[in-house]
Design a protein around this ligand. Structure first.
Ligand SMILES: [Zn+2]
Length: 742
């Protein structure tokens, strides 16, 4: 063009005679240019249309913009839908044969009567539209509308319209009319956030599209041309007018009979915005659903290397089926306690709770008190680490002590500060200093004496203790150097803290024979084509402690509930183990415990740590009991698993902590068979030559000490079911000594 105009400028100075030639030249140039352009466009168009498939409907079907579902298994073991996931788009695919006989005809009749004759473009209408609107709008076939829905390009330009035509022609070369109709029915926008006829029928009629009659189908088709104007809820009269127009066209095109027409015209449609679908749009997902989504997102990123955005898009638009591991009964019981504030002290205090089955399955979770208002709100149970206080001791001190044979049930320790920190004796017990008397490990644990956990920790060693927390019990928020020291490990003053999820997961080992099973919120995830893309059957499961340790810890933690700080929180009708926790200045309250069915952890406190007041007992323990009583209401009595070997129960002298002999006041304890204490002779005259030493115990040796153990005397009548007799007496030096390993 530049050339042409410059020529003209040059030629302007010449005479009239040359003007004709110039004009001719210009016209010729223009004609050639136009021919070239037309030829180019034609060749481009031809090769585009006849070339490879440009828009793959199958790809779309399986990968894009489909609603994901979360299912939970009901008591019969059937998956039931608990949530639908989508951003603002509500799409659920339906195969054409699962629609109804009318809906496709409604669209053909109303939107594209030559659908079965054209090859993607209705030229008659297109030319008419070009004349009328300059080609930018109108005259679109269903195929063209489908292209627009798929490409989501709806700006009004000639170029877009042109590309749409090429794509429509291309698409029709590869797909049957029925495939195209099916894709169309699944992508058409029908107001109220509905894409596709399935979600629309659910939204407007509360039923499946397969159950919609002709009139209802026509009402849906009527929305299409101008969704807000013909929205049947917002503008029922406009919808009716357009719907009747649709039926008339269908009759004229012989798509329906006169009888069908009459019946549909006179049918009184009941529109009722389906509460479920509607509320799902603004649903505040439960804490459980939030946690499922988080875990699926993390697992997708880990397994497939997705970015957070991609993983999130997959979840929200990928048509995934997520099979949640929630136990609806347990979750419901938890909701009934946590959803209102009747069970807590005041208006701003918070709490969280996690309940696990012993294979790591998270059966219920609560991330806060009160009504949950939004999606992905702060879930304190998974996201808010807090100081665990004394609930750390069973996993940082006592479990490792039993597991490494650094100590045993009845080993005695002085109830007094063992260190000086900043010039002060450390640690103190809740409510004061210990008096320096010797108490057993069991008693110190049951009474939650910091003095005893600090001394047992010294037997265990800091490094060993820390590595149990990090490598065996998998605490996630440890601070490598800072937390590998006395105060964090012996009294729970960790740098960052723990969540109820972590604590329930750690304590499960004391109810399941010693295993740590990674907590899981879902069983598996399927993609839109039904392939399993994530499977929690392969979740991490490793030995946290020896089965013998687990059994002993279980019994130790039962004594917290029978004679220690946990007595108010026993679950009705079930054996219960547990541990209480309180942090400095009473800013956090904890309870972690379990029955043979479930293990749970509760935290109670303020989001901004502050002193807890106005409470009775341990409010975390109270919540534990409220919830667990409900959860276990219809569950029968059951026992904890016992270790196949390696555990010996025996009566020990409550004075010396050694195995009891005649005259000793005794109680029943549980011991590693390879770490039995020797016999006490402080309370009876030692008999000579009585030592046996056969059973497992490492230390045998000198002397004396008595015979026939037990002495069932005083104390333990009720509890004494068990067979202490099997322990052959051991001999030993008087002082209960240990080997402090690390
Ligand atoms: Zn004794």
């Amino acid at each position: 063009m530049a050339k042409v105009s410059s020529k003209r400028n040059k030629n302007q100075k010449k005479g009239l005679s040359t003007r004709k030639t110039v004009v001719l030249g210009v016209l010729l140039t223009m004609a050639i240019t136009i021919i070239a352009v037309v030829l180019y466009v034609f060749i481009y168009s031809f090769s585009y249309v006849h070339g490879d498939l440009k828009i793959d409907l199958k790809q779309y079907r399986y990968s894009q913009n489909q609603t994901s579902f979360i299912y939970a298994y009901n008591s019969k073991g059937d998956p039931v839908e608990v949530a639908r996931l989508y951003g603002t788009i509500n799409r659920v695919w339906v195969d054409k044969e699962d629609t109804n006989p009318y809906i496709a005809k409604c669209y053909v009749g109303l939107e594209d009567k030559r659908f079965y004759e054209h090859k993607g473009v209705d030229w008659t209408r297109t030319i008419a539209a070009v004349v009328k609107y300059g080609g930018s709008q109108g005259g679109s076939t269903l195929t063209q509308q489908l292209i627009k829905n798929l490409t989501e390009e709806d700006e009004v330009t000639f170029v877009r319209k042109y590309k749409e035509i090429l794509n429509a022609l291309n698409l029709e070369r590869y797909y049957s009319k029925e495939d195209i109709l099916e894709a169309y029915l699944n992508t058409v926008y029908l107001s109220h956030g509905c894409y596709g006829v399935k979600t629309a029928s659910e939204t407007y009629f509360g039923k499946e599209i397969s159950e919609c009659n002709l009139a209802e189908s026509a009402a849906l088709a009527a929305i299409t041309q101008f969704p807000s104007k013909y929205d049947p809820i917002l503008n029922p009269d406009s919808n009716k007018e357009r719907r009747n127009y649709c039926l008339k066209l269908m009759l004229d095109q012989d798509l329906i009979t006169k009888e069908e027409y009459e019946e549909a015209i006179n049918y009184d449609i009941k529109f009722q915005l389906n509460k479920k679908t509607e509320s799902v749009n603004n649903v505040a997902y439960s804490y459980y659903t939030d946690a499922v989504i988080n875990q699926v997102e993390n697992d997708l990123m880990a397994k497939y290397g997705y970015t957070a955005k991609t993983a999130s898009d997959k979840i929200n638009y990928g048509g995934l089926k997520i099979y949640s591991a929630v136990n609806p009964k347990v979750q419901k019981a938890m909701d009934s306690i946590f959803a209102n504030r009747d069970y807590v002290a005041d208006g701003t205090v918070q709490a969280s709770m996690t309940i696990l089955a012993y294979d790591g399955r998270v059966v219920g979770i609560e991330g806060g008190i009160g009504k949950k208002k939004g999606k992905r709100e702060l879930n304190r149970a998974t996201d808010s680490p807090r100081q665990p206080g004394s609930t750390i001791k069973p996993i940082s001190v006592y479990g490792p002590a039993i597991d490494t044979n650094a100590a045993y049930w009845s080993k005695t320790y002085a109830n007094s500060a063992s260190q000086t920190v900043n010039g002060e004796p450390w640690p103190k017990n809740q409510g004061g200093m210990g008096g320096g008397e010797m108490v057993t490990l069991q008693y110190g644990l049951a009474q939650s004496y910091n003095t005893i956990s600090a001394r047992v920790l010294a037997d265990v060693g800091l490094h060993t203790s820390y590595s149990y927390l990090s490598k065996r019990f998998m605490l996630k928020h440890l601070e490598p150097n800072a937390d590998e020291s006395y105060s964090p490990l012996a009294t729970g003053s960790l740098t960052h803290g723990v969540t109820t999820l972590e604590m329930a997961a750690a304590f499960q080992a004391y109810g399941n024979g010693g295993k740590y099973n990674e907590p899981y919120f879902y069983y598996k995830v399927e993609d839109a084509s039904g392939n399993v893309i994530l499977d929690k059957a392969d979740h991490d499961s490793h030995k946290a402690v020896e089965p013998a340790t687990a059994e002993i810890m279980n019994h130790l933690l039962q004594t917290v509930m029978t004679m220690g700080t946990g007595t108010p929180y026993n679950v009705d009708g079930q054996i219960t183990f547990g541990k209480t926790g309180t942090t400095d200045e009473d800013k956090d309250r904890w309870f972690v415990g379990g029955t043979p069915y479930y293990v749970g952890a509760v935290w109670y406190g303020y989001d901004i740590p502050a002193e807890i007041y106005n409470v009775w007992n341990n409010p975390a323990g109270n919540l534990f009991k409220y919830v667990m009583d409900k959860v276990h209401a219809n569950l029968g009595y059951k026992e904890f698993p016992t270790a196949p070997s390696g555990v010996t129960d025996a009566y020990y002298c409550t004075n010396s902590g050694l195995l009891g002999s005649n005259g000793c006041p005794t109680e029943l304890g549980w011991f590693r068979s390879d770490n039995m204490p020797s016999y006490c002779y402080g309370h009876a005259a030692p008999k000579s030559n009585d030592s046996g030493g056969s059973k497992g115990d490492k230390k045998s040796g000198d002397s004396d000490s008595s015979s026939s153990s037990d002495s069932t005397d005083s104390t333990q009548a009720s509890d004494s079911s068990s067979s202490d007799e099997n322990t052959t007496p051991e001999s030993e030096s008087p002082a209960p000594e240990s080997e402090g390993e690390e």
